[in-house]
Design a protein around this ligand. Structure first.
Ligand code: BDR
Ligand code: CA
Length: 330
């Protein structure tokens, strides 16, 4: 079984992805690490614990990640202990409560979880697991890439020890979803994304060019509602606000399966095709968060920020019906 760590900001589509992972015999979930994005990190941790409790899987550890972007976190780095609580003003983070509800899970007012996160930072957990199982751990990153960037800063050999990093992040030759330039997870911490994309790890990026083809319809939601499975019924309950948002923002009667598609890339990589090249992330200005992908293999005359950079794989096509079917099945 493939050992996976899910780095997540739950989040409605994160919840779907986590449940697909728990129902996939191909995967062994080593832990959930949390990040800000759809909600602040403290709430992401609470939601991760709650999701595991809701389906009786409290055997899986939850590890809290950074509360702030990589720049602010590094500023707060102490000599011996790695601080995850920085001083960045909350208003500087982009939190997508208008997409997922102010609780991140469709405004359901779930009770506070009884379980607690591990007493460790997400970055330290990522490094620890990579050392424990060198070359064998896949990180499925479903939120901003802060924790992974911190793991690279904490241990420069992390990129070589981690098996693979599968990222929901970026928009390759299509517009973003936060603004025309940027996809939400990259926009959340562009500096972290640029560190991760150029760190030399085996990286597979799944972007909006692919996930906007994978739509869960109203009819699928009804099937989930009617299902005997506690996983399916739970998800059908929290999805309402996510459907409303897609109707308002994209004029579609369905929802994009960003995070589940990315998780499914770990379960069955053959459902997507990929092309390889260098990805760099714009970190300033009106295109902050833009992912620029070069797979031309051209030798440019001047290309200082690009030449010799490690390449990553970027998803270009997806078997959308097969992804939706697998998600529904699981
Ligand atoms: C990504 O942003 C979040 O809203 C979703 O959970 C997904 O990870 C899509 O851009
Ligand atoms: Ca997410």
């Amino acid at each position: 079984r493939k050992k996976v760590i899910i780095d997540t900001d739950p989040g409605i589509d994160d919840a779907m992805a986590i449940f697909v992972a728990l129902r996939s015999p191909e995967l062994e979930v080593l832990g959930l690490t949390t990040t800000f994005g759809n909600v602040h990190t403290a709430l992401a941790t609470r939601n991760a614990l709650h999701l595991l409790e809701a389906v009786g899987r409290t055997d899986i550890p939850v590890v809290e990640g950074s509360h702030v972007t990589v720049k602010f976190s590094i500023m707060n780095l102490q000599a011996v202990s790695f601080s995850v609580h920085g001083t960045q003003k909350a208003t500087k983070l982009r939190i997508a409560s208008f997409v997922h509800g102010s609780d991140g899970l469709g405004n359901q007012n779930f009770p506070a979880p009884a379980s607690k996160p591990l007493d460790q930072s997400a970055a330290a957990f990522l490094v620890e697991q990579a050392n424990l199982y060198p070359g064998q751990v896949t990180v499925v990153a479903l939120g901003p890439l802060t924790n992974l960037a911190l793991a690279v800063e904490l241990d420069p050999s992390f990129p070589k020890k981690i098996g693979q990093i599968i990222i929901l992040g970026g928009a390759y030759s299509v517009n973003g979803n936060v603004n025309p330039a940027a996809e939400a997870n990259i926009f959340g911490d562009p500096d972290a994304a640029d560190i991760v994309f150029t760190c030399g790890a085996d990286i597979l990026a799944v972007g909006l060019n692919v996930t906007h083809q994978v739509v869960l319809t109203d009819a699928d939601r009804e099937k989930l509602e009617q299902s005997d499975s506690k996983y399916a019924r739970y998800l059908s309950k929290i999805m309402g606000i996510y459907f409303d948002y897609h109707k308002d923002a994209y004029f579609i009667k369905g929802v994009y399966l960003h995070d589940p598609t990315t998780l499914i890339a770990a379960v069955n990589p053959s459902l997507l095709t990929y092309t390889e090249g260098v990805v760099r992330v714009q970190t300033v200005g009106i295109t902050r968060g833009l992912t620029v992908f070069d797979n031309t293999k051209k030798r440019y005359a001047e290309m200082t920020a690009w030449s010799g950079m490690p390449t990553v794989k970027v998803a270009v096509t997806v078997d959308a019906p097969a992804v939706v079917e697998l998600m529904m099945q699981r």
